[in-house]
Design a protein around this ligand. Structure first.
Ligand code: ADP
Ligand code: MG
Length: 459
């Protein structure tokens, strides 16, 4: 049997297994296997991972054999053999990932989609299949599926926006996964806006051949069929980066390539971004993701529970879904802490121990903009009336900015509704929010203040 033939057969087997075996198991244990040959009795693969034979035989023998039999049309035994030579190559590969040496090339998975996936930076978990659809994200979900099915043809760009932890990155990467799987000939590039900024800075930095560096940069982002840019608000105020985004956008768009962008706000709400970029971002479809209602939150937890070894009882799912109402990342975090606890301590989950694990206090108040203002007024020793007024005294201005920051961070209010509350334009509100957020990175006293006030509000 030729090398090519066995590789082709194995690729088809992988295509089936990819949908049957959990993503992490698939990428950790199945993909690195090296198919050898098959005859009328058995299908033989080699592994460089000592644990692989046990793990795969114990947990996934049936799925693997089914897939092998389906593709070969025979009834075969699955033989997985530990190969020391492969193990050595494996080690070498792990230690020289960044260098492009030959051993890496020969070991590179032959499975096209995976090679693509690795170079596109996507997270295996973020697929359409794992995304729970509710009224809060329906529009974004349908638009994302449309774009995934017809890249470059329907909504271009697709601009997805919404608060933190609501699934923007997930849904954007789902588009990437779908395209890689169904149209492997297309090149997909996912990038965090921060990484894009860094790439621009590096390309412009002194040292090395600048023209060459710029060409490399441009090749990376312009020679792609689908460009996914995450958290675009982070390029605000970075003029050279904005210019590169603008040029990249134009090149790709006019060539009919798909662009997907996410942000925590609408294009107009990104401060100091140029009008020409705003108008381009608005060319296609803008879809927002809202906070999910309690049923959707429960559905998300049930989904997690189905994929977890620890079964979480319905009353606990309901409890967690009620407590974590405006950020799915936090909801998931709590779920993971609870299941990790149950699994390590081998205990049944009761409402009582769940409350302890997540540090829940019965007397927790609802945080509202009023309670935030009261607390801050007290903390800074200013009056609530002053904070809502126009005074520019430094103390009052800082208290006001802090209130705006916390209102956006701790409640579900949008920038415009916070603006209404303070009788200010939403751009002013965004400015204050960003100012505090930025300062928190460098000003530890301010960070301590935020944490003190938040703790008080949570008591
Ligand atoms: P964002 O980019 O909006 O900050 P993410 O996409 O990183 O949020 O989502 C945060 C976490 O919540 C991720 O682990 C993601 O898988 C999960 N998540 C968000 N929305 C959904 C959903 N509708 N269904 C399932 N999981 C979701
Ligand atoms: Mg994100």
């Amino acid at each position: 049997m030729s090398q090519e033939k066995i590789a082709d057969v194995w690729n088809e087997i992988l295509g089936i297994l990819e949908n049957k075996i959990p993503d992490t198991t698939f990428s950790t244990w199945i993909l690195p296997l090296e198919p050898q040959y098959y005859d009328e009795n058995s299908f033989v693969v080699h592994t460089g991972q000592a644990f692989a034979p046990n793990i795969l035989r114990k947990n996934h023998n049936e799925e693997i054999i089914d897939a092998i039999n389906q593709i070969t049309g025979r009834t075969l035994e699955f033989k997985i053999i530990y190969d020391e030579e492969l193990a050595a190559k494996f080690k070498k590969r792990a230690s020289s990932r960044t260098k492009k040496d030959d051993s890496f090339q020969t070991l590179k998975p032959k499975y096209d989609s995976l090679t693509q996936m690795q170079s596109s930076n996507l997270n295996l978990k973020y697929k359409f299949e794992n995304f729970v659809v509710g009224s809060n994200n329906k529009l974004a979900f349908v638009a994302a599926q449309t774009v995934a099915q017809h890249p470059g043809e329907k909504y271009n760009p697709l601009y997805i926006y919404g608060g933190p932890g609501l699934g923007k990155t997930h849904i954007m990467q789902a588009i990437g996964h779908y395209i890689i799987k169904n149209k492997p000939e297309l090149k997909v590039q996912f990038v965090q806006a921060e990484e894009f900024v860094n790439d621009v800075v590096n390309a412009l930095a002194n040292g090395g051949d600048r023209v060459d560096k710029m060409n490399k940069f441009r090749n990376k982002y312009r020679k792609t069929d689908v460009l996914l840019i995450d958290d675009i608000q982070l390029i605000a105020g970075k003029t050279r980066t904005e210019e590169e985004v603008f040029n990249t956008f134009n090149t790709l768009h006019s060539a009919g390539k798909q662009i997907v962008i996410t942000s925590d706000r609408t294009p107009k709400e990104i401060p100091s971004i140029s009008d020409r970029l705003v108008s381009r971002f608005e060319w296609g479809l803008m879809a927002d993701i809202q906070v999910p209602d309690v049923e959707t939150r429960m559905a998300i937890l049930m989904n997690l529970s189905q994929n977890s070894e620890i079964k979480v009882p319905p009353n606990i799912i309901e409890f967690l879904a009620t407590v974590y109402s405006n950020n799915i990342r936090e909801l998931e975090g709590a779920f993971n802490r609870v299941t990790a606890y149950a699994s390590i301590n081998e205990v049944e989950l009761s409402l009582e121990n769940v409350k302890k694990i997540i540090g829940y206090s019965e007397h927790k108040k609802d945080i509202t903009i009023e309670s935030i203002i009261d607390e801050i007024a007290h903390y800074y020793n200013v009056s609530a009336k002053d904070m809502k007024g126009a005074s520019r005294s430094q103390k009052i201005a800082e208290a006001r900015q802090m209130a705006i920051y916390l209102a956006r961070d701790l409640t579900n209010l949008s920038f415009p509704s916070i603006g209404d509350y303070f009788g200010k334009k939403h751009t002013t509100i965004i400015y204050s929010y960003d100012k505090i957020k930025k300062e928190l990175n460098t000003n530890s006293i301010l960070a301590q203040t935020v944490s003190n006030i938040t703790n008080k509000l949570n008591k």
